[in-house]
Each structure stands twice: as C-alpha cells, then as structure tokens.
Design a protein around this ligand. Structure first.
Ligand code: F6P
Length: 548
C-alpha cells in the first residue's frame, strides 16, 4: 500500500497520537502546570499582534509534536500551497478556493485557469469604494432626490452572516447617520420589522446572493421591491436608485430588474461562507467606509501570509486546528464554545457556526469513502460575561468536556470606569477555574458540610484557549476571522474532506420546493409524503384556513 492510500486512522502519526492519548488522558492541568512553572509562557504563540495562550489545554510538548507530525504526514503544507496557487481544491464543485485573493495586494498575481484574478478583485473594490463614498456623502440620491439614510442587506448564509457579524463587530467605526438592517429569513416578520419604520425614499437595498437564486433572498428581494414601489408611487424606474446587487450571476440580476451597472461582482472561486471580503462586504464598506474596509482586508492578508509561511509549531491557525482535532477525535468531544469577551463580537459565534459547520460537517473523504473518525464539531457560544450566568454551569460541572475559545482585548472601545478590568478579570477567572477547579479537600477546608461538599467541587481539567489582542479594529477583525478560516482549512485538510462544498443543504431545499405548491396552489390536493409529513401538511392547511 502506498502512503497516499492510507486512511487517516491508519497513519503512523495517528497511531502515535492514539498511544499518546492513552498515556496522558488522565493527566490533570494542575499537574502539568505544577511540573512546569513556565508552561504558561512557553505554550503560547504570537503572530500579527494576536496572542494565543494554549497552555490550558490537555497537551504536553510531546502532544504538540505528534499533532504537527500528523499535519506534516497528511500533507497540510502541500494543501496550503495548492489553495494559494489557485488549484481547484474544491473537488466536488471543480472550483478553486481563493478567498485569499480577495485581500491580496494589487501587485500580487494569482491565476485561475491561466488568468490573474487580482486585477478583477481590485476593479470591484474600486467600484465598491466609489459607490460607498457616493452613498455616504449623500451624492447618491434616491428616486425622489432625497439622500440614502437606510441600508438593508438582503441575503442569507454567507451573504448575511459575514455582513451582519462585521457590521456589529465594527459598529464603533460606522457612520451613525446611516441605519443598517439585515434581512435573511423568509419569515415575513424579518422584512416587515426591518422596513416598518423606514422611509422608502431614503432606503437602499443591497441584494446579496452568490447564485441569485436562493429562495429566501429572492422572495425577500421581491417583497422589498413591492414595499419600495408602494411607497414611491409605483414607478418601476425607482428600482435603479434603490436596489443594487452583489452576485456572481449577472443574468439573474438583470432578470430581477436590477441594472447590471449597479451590480458588484464576485466569482465562483469564493465560497459563500468565505465571502465577507468580496463584494458581499458592500454593506460593511457602506457602514465603515473604504479606508476601514481596506484596513480589514489588510488584517486578513497578514493572517493569510502568516498561515502560508509560518512553521506549523508557531502557526496560529494550524495550532488552533490541531488542538480542535485532538479534542474531537481523541477526547471525543462534540462541541466547541466560542466565548468573546467583547460585546461588539456578539454575532461572531453565529458567523463561526456557518464557517466551521458548513465547511467541516462532512462524512466522506475526498475520494468518497466514509471518514474513519469524527469531523467538524458543533460550534456555539455567546459573548461573556452573559454566558457565565446561563450555560457556564454545564461547562464547569457537567459531565461533558467542552473545549472553549476565550477571545478578549486589552482595551475597550467605550471605556467606562472599571468595566473593562472587571470584564477581563472574568475571562481570566473563567479559564483559571475551568483548568484548575477546586478539590474536595479545598471545599472541605472552607468548612463546607460533608453533604454539600461534592456539589461544590470543581473537577477542573477543562481545556481552553485564550486569544488576546490590543483592541477590536477593522484590521484586528480581519486577522481574527482569517485565523478561524485557516484553522477550519487545517482540519479539513487533515480529515481529507472537501471543506468548500455544502451538498448537505440541498435535499431540504428540493423537498421544500415540492411542498410549497401543496400549501399554496393545491390546498386540497392529496399529499404523498410519509405519514408524519402528510399529517403536518393537512394540519397546517387547516390552521391557515385553506382546508377543512
Ligand atoms: O444553502 C447554503 C448556501 O448555499 C450557503 O453556502 C450560502 O452562503 C447561502 O446558501 C446563500 O447562498 P447565495 O449567496 O447564493 O444566496
């Protein structure tokens, strides 16, 4: 058997990790820190002004060496090079994966099918800059001659989560004279609430959809157009001043009625969940201006370069990815909690859910055989300190092991007395409590009665990373997102899965298309699904009043 034919779990590096796991699985972080007083300093890495403390993980230096061996043996370096070179590494869709080209400097050259894509990227960025400057300055007028004061991004998945996360994350830098809303759900309420207090004459819709065929987005975009035309006297000419599109599909944009000169293009080598630095970021640029947007791109690019060039043992995304594999595949953990101690990052966990779970929620390898180990874990989280007063109980004392990523900044963007010290004291306290806990002896030593003592024991040995940076800026956001993008890449490469397709979302879409006419056009028709679905459809028909 050749080396390349080996499955992941047959590899020597994997087997060494299995044997190593048996040796260290019960080692306690208390012991590891006691044995090496410099652990906290040595098990840390810094790049692009991001500091990653990974010392509170259940690893030794040997573990890290073995994990790096795994990365090398599975060909991570070659996979990284292939992505940056523009190879079609998204095999099932026969596409290159080049979000890194979206933040490459003007003079760079990255070829797709023999053509340098970087000039195209910068041409679109120039067009976005021109447009957003005109809107922000009031030069771009609505149909009635009034300036734009409201921007509504209509999109879903990667065409929503990146824009809304970035808007929330960078609100501090945004133009507060403009109101931003994000509509994604096909639930009528989403659009109704987003528009209810706005004046159509001052509202711009950015219809963001890679394919321009997505049911939710197209439905919302049509209803938004109706809302606009109702408010502006029905003259369809108004659409041109109030609708712009972001898409790869010019034909569909034109079909919708948006002038393609008001379309901002991107390309099939940009995955939806990797698109926030493409024209999908138009709403972000409208909010924060082009200078801040370019600063964000620069942050992404710095992390891209770090990922491409740094040795694995000091490579932040590689380390984060490898630690994720260590827990998911050896400790059999099911989830990862992402806990930003920065209010502006409140949508970051939701953004990461699509990035990580749509990318690595795969059960077959690139050659179509079933994977031999668990792949992408479930990501979830909430900003601190709120989570401490709800779900942290389970992380501290529940029966499941939940690796945590704490994210914090040295400076608040809105300093208020003692708040920031208190916030940061909580981050450090949480990771300390998780790692070291409180023993039965300590609890008893505090005079706790015997019957109560077991309830007050913290086992500890619960792992976490802490990511610390100076302050949340556009540049820093870029670095942070790219850090996670590339840690997802690292894991996908080692699991040998296609992190860039999303076939798992298809079946539900197809079935919904089949059910829609059964609810709308043929309310009395016989339904031919399984008995549960049939029953639910009949009951819904009654509830909505179209059938007896
Ligand atoms: O259904 C999943 C998905 O294809 C995502 O991958 C994508 O981000 C989202 O839908 C939206 O797609 P589009 O930008 O084409 O509307």
């Amino acid at each position: 058997m050749t080396t390349t034919a080996l499955s992941l779990t047959e590899r020597a590096a994997w087997k060494s990790l299995e044997a190593h796991y048996e040796k260290i699985r019960d080692l306690h972080l208390r012991q590891l820190f006691a044995d090496d007083p410099t652990r906290g300093e040595r098990m840390a890495a810094e790049a692009c002004s991001l500091y990653l403390d990974y010392s509170k993980n259940r690893v030794t230096h040997e573990t890290l060496k073995l994990l790096v061996n795994l990365a090398e043996e599975t060909g991570l370096r070659a996979r990284i090079d292939a992505m940056f070179r523009g190879d079609k590494i998204n095999l099932t869709e026969d596409r290159a994966v080049l979000h890194v080209a979206l933040r490459a400097p003007k003079e760079a050259s990255i070829l797709v099918d023999g053509e340098n894509v970087v000039p195209h990227v910068h041409a679109v960025l120039d067009k976005m800059t021109d447009f957003s400057t005109r809107v922000r300055s009031g030069d771009w007028k609505g149909h009635t001659g009034r300036r734009i004061r409201n921007v509504i991004n209509i999109g879903i998945g990667g065409s929503d989560l990146g824009p809304v996360m970035a808007y929330e994350a960078l609100k501090f830098y945004s133009d507060r004279a403009l109101t931003f809303r994000f509509v994604s759900n096909v639930d009528d309420t989403d659009l109704a609430e987003a528009t209810r207090d706005l004046d159509p004459a001052e509202t711009l819709f950015v219809v963001a959809s890679k394919t321009f065929t997505t049911l939710e987005t197209m439905t919302n975009a049509h209803s938004a157009r109706d809302w606009l035309l109702n408010g502006l006297g029905g003259d369809a000419v108004a659409v041109a001043r109030h609708f712009v599109a972001v898409s790869t599909n010019a034909a569909k944009v034109a079909e919708f009625g948006i002038d393609t000169s008001n379309m901002f293009e991107f390309w099939d080598w940009v995955g939806g969940r990797y698109s926030m630095t493409s024209a999908i970021g138009l709403s972000t640029m409208l909010a924060i201006g082009s200078d801040h947007f370019y600063a964000m791109l620069d942050g992404f690019h710095q992390m891209d370069e770090h990922f491409r060039t740094a040795p694995f043992e000091r490579n932040l995304p590689v380390l984060l990815g490898l630690l994720g594999i260590w827990y998911a595949d050896f400790f059999a953990t099911q989830t990862v909690a992402v806990l930003p101690y920065e209010q502006y990052l409140k949508r970051f966990p939701a953004y990461l859910q699509q990035l990580t779970m749509e990318s690595n929620g795969k059960h077959v390898t690139l050659d179509g055989t079933r994977v031999g180990c668990d792949t992408g874990p479930i990501y979830w989280g909430e900003p601190g300190t709120n989570g401490q007063h709800s779900f942290y109980q389970l992380i501290h004392q529940g029966t499941r092991l939940i690796p945590c990523d704490f994210i914090a900044f040295g400076q608040s963007l809105n300093p208020l007395g003692r708040h920031h010290d208190m916030l940061l004291a909580n981050v450090f306290a949480q990771s300390e409590a998780l790692a070291f806990g409180k023993t039965l002896d300590q609890v008893r030593g505090e005079g706790t009665p015997d019957w109560l003592a077991p309830h007050r024991v913290f086992e500890g040995n619960r792992p976490s990373n802490t990511i610390l940076a100076e302050r949340l800026t556009p540049e820093m956001l870029g670095k942070l997102v790219a850090l996670y993008e590339h840690s997802v890449f690292t894991q996908g490469a080692i699991w040998n899965i296609d992190s860039f397709d999303q076939w798992g979302v298809e079946l539900g879409k197809v079935l919904a298309q089949r059910i829609i006419p059964e609810l709308e056009d043929m309310p009395e028709s016989e339904v031919k699904h399984d008995s549960s679905t049939n029953c639910l459809i009949r009951r819904y028909r009654k509830l909505k009043g179209t059938s007896r």
